[in-house]
Design a protein around this ligand. Structure first.
Ligand SMILES: *Cc1c(COP(=O)(O)O)cnc(C)c1O
Length: 473
């Protein structure tokens, strides 16, 4: 494809995406294809000769589009959103066009410096602790996902603690006395991090949460005392701000105090909820964050930046760098050796890295802080209204207090009824919602975070939920 052909097809693709944005609301939200349909519609082997781009794009419409669940539909209320926005898509496109690999400062200085700048901006925008700022001992970095951020935090924690002994995790691996703690409401990625780190899930202590789904600091302290009596040490604690099931917020100040007393690393996972801190009125959830060693949230969930984009901050970058840096000869360069630059390859698992800061920068500049605040406030307000409708209907109840943009609720007809309700609604294609289990009961989750969702989408969703429930009863 020549640059001239690229110009033409590029316009076609942008037009295609713009049409998609205008039409996405008309599509059934949940893809209606059966397993194997997509594959069966495409050739078994790759073409020997190149095909025209028009043919390729035609197959996107014919085969791929029916196999899409429309995460960008304003009627998508499932899981947590993975939203995007026009400036984000353009930032992603530009990153692909430049095609830089930002593993070292010297492999594209702008890739590193823009990332540092935008992450420092976020500290101010979300009022995060100044210790995370790149001007001090800490700093921020873009990771692919919250799962990777938690794993890196775990590795840094193990290294920091082991390092005070005669050996360290780089050479000897993680010590058998090192333990991790999280709550029974934490994300499954913490369990996975234990598996990947080779510690195993037996060394993850799962701490009971209270009736609101918040980690109980008294239970955390008790468990640490029991473990200490067996010669084991708390190394890593992961607290959650905005749990995946119900949006619960762990008490960071109390957990942080315990971690500091015990010398354990506190990581705070605010994957979804973190973005809300752009509004001063929602910052209570971060009370105590200054006690944390690391923090992560996903602009790819609620800050209108397309997947993948996780922002990971550490109060002290040394343990992270010591745990993860390796320097083969072929990466040595003058800039790195001068000590004046940051090489982000040492801040995460892969060596290579995409220019993700571009899309984040485009979104922040294009929306402005006030534009972001306005969207977040609308979503939270609509969730509050939805919760009022649930409470006013005798057949439904709230399963938890609404948290920011998430409402957990259920029909009084029991688990089977709620499952049937969700399945019927999702099969209808009118909207999409998902479920969780709270208090051993199937619970429906209504999460409002799509970039293009309006109040009337929420109103129509509630009408559909009520109507479908009446038909099923
Ligand atoms: C969604 C979520 C995650 C996982 O996010 P990824 O970025 O996909 O790894 C982790 N923690 C919480 C609390 C989440 O809600």
């Amino acid at each position: 494809m020549t640059p001239e052909e690229f110009r033409k097809h590029g316009r076609d693709v942008i037009d295609w995406i713009a049409d998609y944005m205008e039409q996405v609301e008309e599509y059934p939200v949940l893809s209606q294809v059966a397993p194997g349909d997509v594959r069966a519609s495409l050739p078994v082997s790759a073409p020997q000769q190149g095909e025209s781009f028009d043919e390729i794009l035609a197959d996107v419409k014919r085969v791929i589009l029916p196999g899409i669940t429309h995460w960008q539909s304003p009627n998508f209320f499932g899981y947590f959103p993975a939203n995007t926005s026009p400036p984000s898509i353009l930032g992603e496109l530009l990153a692909a066009g430049l095609g830089v690999q930002g593993m070292l400062w010297t492999t594209s200085p702008a890739c590193t410096e823009l990332e540092q700048l935008v992450l420092d901006w976020l500290i101010e925008m979300l009022d995060l602790p100044p210790s995370f700022h790149s001007a001090g001992d800490g700093g921020g970095v873009i990771q692919d996902t919250a799962s990777s951020a938690s794993l890196c935090a775990l590795l840094a924690a193990c290294h920091r603690q082991a390092d005070s002994k005669p050996h360290d995790t780089r050479h000897k691996g993680i010590d058998s006395w090192q333990l991790a703690y999280t709550s029974d409401q934490a994300h499954s990625s913490i369990e996975k991090a234990m598996m990947i780190a080779g510690m195993g899930t037996d060394r993850l202590r799962v701490i009971e949460s209270d009736a609101e789904g918040r980690m109980r600091p008294d239970r955390l302290e008790q468990q640490m005392a029991v473990d200490a009596s067996h010669g084991l040490k708390p190394t890593f604690v992961c607290a959650t701000v905005g749990t995946t099931s119900s949006g619960a917020v762990d008490p960071l100040a109390e957990i942080g105090r315990i971690c500091n007393e015990q010398g354990a690393w506190l990581h705070v996972d605010a994957a979804m909820a973190g973005t809300a801190a752009v509004c001063p009125e929602f910052r209570d959830m971060h009370h105590g964050l200054e006690l944390a060693d690391s923090y992560a949230f996903n602009p790819h969930k609620w800050m209108f930046v397309n997947f993948d984009c996780n922002c990971f901050f550490v109060a002290d970058r040394q343990p992270l760098l010591q745990a993860l840096s390796v320097l083969p000869d072929y990466l040595r360069n003058r800039a790195s050796q001068s000590g004046e630059v940051v090489d982000f390859r040492d801040w995460h698992i892969p060596l290579g890295r995409r220019f993700r800061a571009l899309k984040l920068w485009f979104v922040i500049r294009s929306f402005g802080v006030e534009g972001l605040q306005q969207k977040i406030r609308s979503h939270v307000e609509w969730a509050g209204q939805f919760a009022e409708w649930v409470e006013a209907d005798g057949d439904f109840e709230l399963a938890a207090q609404p948290s920011l943009n998430l409402v957990c609720f259920r029909h009084s007809g029991g688990d089977d009824m709620n499952q049937k309700l969700a399945d019927t609604l999702n099969d209808s294609g009118e909207l999409f919602l998902t479920h969780t289990v709270l208090d051993d009961q199937l619970t429906l989750r209504f999460s409002i975070g799509q970039t293009s969702t309006r109040l009337d989408n929420v109103e129509r969703a509630w009408a559909a939920i009520q109507g479908t429930a009446a038909e099923l009863s």
